[in-house]
Design a protein around this ligand. Sequence first.
Ligand code: OGA
Ligand code: MN
Length: 281
Amino acid sequence: MTTTITCTPLAATVGAEVRGVDAEQLAHDDTAVAAVLEALDEYGVLVFRDLHLAPENQVAFARRLGDIDHEYGHHPVEGIYRVSLDQAKNTSAAYLKATFEWHMDGCTPLHGEPPQKATILSAVQVAASGGETEFAGTYAAYDALGDDDKERFASLRVVHSLEASQRRVVPDPTPEQLARWRARPTSTHPLVWTHRTGRKSLVVGAHADRVVGMDLDEGRALLGELLDRATEPDRVHRHHWSVGDTVIWDNTGVVHRAAPYEPDSPRELLRTTVFGNEPIR
Ligand code: OGA
Ligand code: MN
């Protein structure tokens, strides 16, 4: 049996809405999953409206895409991480404030693991205001550079840190916070990621702290400018959540962020993370 899915592009350079596949197929049907993977490569972000993917099915779907993160996620179903700013629902909620800044997941790993291949989010409850998730393509960001910049950036390396991303949302940390952030090792990645496929993307985000061998301020200005250009409003897809929506993104070619929402908002998204198998190089 073959599954035909329909993809409707959502923004100029990233995102498509997928129709023609249901939750059971994603969890159990190999041909559906193959079609979704192909679409993910092409569009970077896939939106499934009104899918009502049960947590168990979300995990089953994710497992078809690769190995998944089984770390405890403040949720009864293994493989699910509960995204909520409410400390009662997620005791490490404080860290999630940094999702308000543009980022790629997994750029500052604990043990040098490659960044995750894909992330799946499903909406259980939505915010009364704010809380949209925004996406911008980093392949498109590279492709839009002029030839001079492509050449200039080819050999640049960038230090990424948890501290850099946390500082943006907690500018005056306590010594304890700072010590916790600094316990996470920094990671150095090339600015331009040449993927196995030969396609290139920019590795940017709030976690990008400084350019190796460049004056600190000059390097930060460059990283800020590249991120701003990558995320200009006309390059962004903004997902307005409804309960039952699922979104999956190719974390290796996309930056994302949450539009701010209240800490006591009922917003609750369930995340499943598919581990990466390709180092940034
Ligand atoms: C994440 C994330 C964005 C959001 O879970 O990695 O960045 O909108 N979430 O909650
Ligand atoms: Mn994220």
